[in-house]
Design a binder for this molecule. Sequence first.
Ligand code: FE2
Length: 195
Amino acid sequence: MPLARLKSFVTTMTRIAETASSDDQWLSAARPELATLVSVDDWLPDAYAVPDNQYYRQYLLHCDPLERFSVVSFVWGPGQRTPIHDHMVWGLIGVLRGEEISTPYSAGENGGLSICGDPTRLAPGQVEALSPVVGDIHQVRNAFDDRVSISIHVYGGNIGAVRRHVFDLDGNTKDFISGYSNLAVPNLWDQSIAA
Ligand code: FE2
């Protein structure tokens, strides 16, 4: 049963949550687990892979009951991109299908934002880490203008409910709370699956 991969990931993440006490510990423990999850593209239910014509979609796959982490399917229609934004919690991005480009930004001396490193292009199976400790402002986009891309994101909180920020290049900031695109999450618990 393909969903066993997601259930196994959620179970492992819950075990990591019992011991991880810093962003570094979370990221080093969870990164290889996410890499394993996105190394095979046979488990994401179709309902969580549906693009929207206008906006990228964020489907919640799982939220830890104590809101220590959440797992989200990001579905990018052709050419879709985020605004420049931050997260306020650690994050991991793993590409499952297609490709995604993340461009890092930081505040400059004049108060504006500027690109602060090379864009990262992620192919299926590859994972990028983000942490507010080292700066986590970026813009993400589908690398393709003619097809859908899908990435699995993991965050150190219930990301759909976290108050965070979008930026313009002049450094103007707006609060936002992303919410989620779906009304239901997949049922991982209707049978016992060894993790
Ligand atoms: Fe992001």
